[in-house]
Design a binder for this molecule. Sequence first.
Ligand code: CMC
Length: 427
Amino acid sequence: MARETMTCTDNRTGKSVEYPILEATRGPDAVDIRTFYKDTGLFTYDPGFTSTASCKSKITFIDGGKGELRYRGIPIEELAGKQSYLEVCFLLLYSRLPTEEEARDFDLEIRHRSFVHEGLRNLIESFPSDAHPMAILSSGVSALSSFYYEHLQVESDAEYHEMASRIIAKIPTLAAFAYRHALGIPLIYPDIERSFTENFLYMMRAYPGGKMKITPEGEQKIRQVEIDALDTIFTLHADHEQNASTTIVRGVASTGAHPYVAISAGISALWGRAHGGANESVIAQLEMIGDVKNVPEYIARAKDKNDPFRLMGFGHRVYKNFDPRARILKKLQDQLKEELGLDSKLLRIAQEIERIALSDDYFVSRNLYPNIDFYSGVILYALKIPRSMFTPIFVIGRTVGWITQWIEFKEDPASKIARPRQLYTGA
Ligand code: CMC
């Protein structure tokens, strides 16, 4: 509801127009400028959408100044590590946490839907062996649209649910297949006796026949601490309001394209180093730095305006305070360090970068804090997850967010095709 207005005056003509201010339940209100062009003949100019609310949303709230993140009104601190990732998926999709029975049913449904059509397996096997898992994943999800074409028209609640649970269930299988294909090792099918997160680790690590590695001490199992850490990482990635990849998903949704190709476009957008690809780049960068003694040299490069080098895993468009997800992961990293006795060279370099950056005026004055990708990269490395799988892991977590935002877009009567204008400066 708009009670207040804002008046906009064109100083060239003296013409004033009043615009309604839409009230937010939390965070900044928004000026409704939908008729701005019609009223004034002018466009607004906002590259990167730094001041533009592209939609109304009830899903996720971020207060970047306070370092606050909520899913459906619940602070992330009450969810991460306290509810399972699938319970958080239910929360995002249905606006409330599931009852015990609903959680069990959802979990069982996801297990049963985790298999993919054999045709997809053939598709994956046709990729070159050095293909990055993100390339395979994005193509695989796009190809899902041809196996479930009927979901082009999703109308009833039951169809929304089927589409959402189907894609949440299949993404880890496709991600694990993509990884194993790149290694040239036999693909492992899902094991429906395992939970969502354990199953993913199992599909990445098991030997044909379903066994994990055999050592002189016996069969190595997936450690509960690894499952819990990964499940928390999935939860922390589950949604993040109108970030770049979600904006792309909504943009594709706005053209009426199939939901699975919208998710595939989101995967492609997430791959970039400025977005989800940062977690992989963090480790690449730590390896490049190579030694704690080299850290000051790279900090100096990050500060040098004439050097394009940026510290990966630092800074965020919205958070101008510690990213609350990073705060949770920092704690998890310290806990894992104790529980797993981690003390690698890379971890020491990461801690030195963190120490210097948190006290250096360049980073402090620009509010450049370590972000989620800084710690998730370090934790996934510590869990011996291969670097090429870091961004696919982000994809697994974020899939529910993309789907929930896709559904919200479809159900919003104000939704329109995404079609911005431009300030033409050419010939
Ligand atoms: N290292 C050094 N300087 C930086 C960095 C960095 N990582 N990030 C920003 N700056 C500087 C930048 O040079 C600029 O300085 P000045 O005001 O003197 O020109 C100032 O900080 C503001 O930067 P910006 O590029 O205008 O900020 P942005 O909001 O457009 O970009 C960002 C945000 C995340 C793309 C950027 O901080 C970055 O490239 N970080 C490294 C990549 C990264 O870690 N990405 C993961 C983001 S979190 C998870 C996700 O969204 O997927």
